[in-house]
Write a protein that binds this ligand. Structure first.
Ligand SMILES: [Zn+2]
Length: 205
């Protein structure tokens, strides 16, 4: 999905007719946002926006229909994503490849690599238990951007800080600048298109 369509769908609701119960109990957790669109007559759309799943439904849809349809749409999006994103074992295998190729002096391997809903960071590594978490915002990212984060977290298995030694190894990544540009650009767009205040209030309830 594009940010354009996100704004497009969001725009009709900006004049104050946001449903006060716009998030569903049970599946909210800040990840799923339901928008009632006055412009939308009968069709429903769902898409990812900045780590969230946004479901846009007609303004007049009943609460009962909403409760039935929204989980269905969310399941559909998740199934689509599962089909196109790397499995967690594939992430671990990729870290192994990157370390073997670019940092052979690092022999430690993660015991667990998982996708995680993280909006503040691209990845994190706990060297004590050798676990790595990757932000699900990287699902669908260009391979070099995902690789860059996987390599970064892989180095952390051995080196916890971002000092000279860490940076010297990270600099071996061949497309570091392009990868950084993608990640920075994504974050800039995310900040610029941050959810409006009304939605933020709903999500923080
Ligand atoms: Zn780091």
């Amino acid at each position: 999905m594009s940010f354009d369509s996100f704004l497009d769908d969001l725009a009709p609701d900006m004049d104050g007719d946001l449903d006060p119960d716009a998030t569903l109990p049970g599946i909210t957790e800040g990840e799923i946002v339901v928008i009632r669109s006055t412009r939308r007559k009968k069709n429903i759309s769902a898409y990812r926006a900045g780590g969230r799943i946004v479901v846009s439904i007609p303004a007049r849809m009943s609460k009962a229909d909403e409760r039935a349809m929204v989980p269905e749409m969310v399941a559909k999006i998740r199934a689509q994503e599962a089909a196109i994103t790397m499995s967690e074992s594939a992430l671990a295998a990729r870290i192994d490849e990157l370390l073997r190729e670019l940092a052979p002096e690092i022999a430690i391997r993660p015991v667990d690599v998982s996708w995680r809903a993280m909006r503040e960071r691209w990845g994190s590594c706990t060297s004590v238990d050798r676990t790595i978490r990757i932000s699900d915002r990287l699902k669908g990212a260009p391979a070099h951007a995902l690789d860059f984060v996987l390599f970064h977290e892989g180095i952390h298995l051995e080196i916890s800080d971002h000092a000279e030694e860490f940076n010297a190894i990270l600099a071996r990544f061949p497309k570091a600048e392009i990868a950084s540009a993608y990640l920075d650009g994504y974050e800039a767009a995310e900040t610029a298109l941050a959810l409006p205040d009304e939605l933020k209030k709903l999500l923080s309830k």
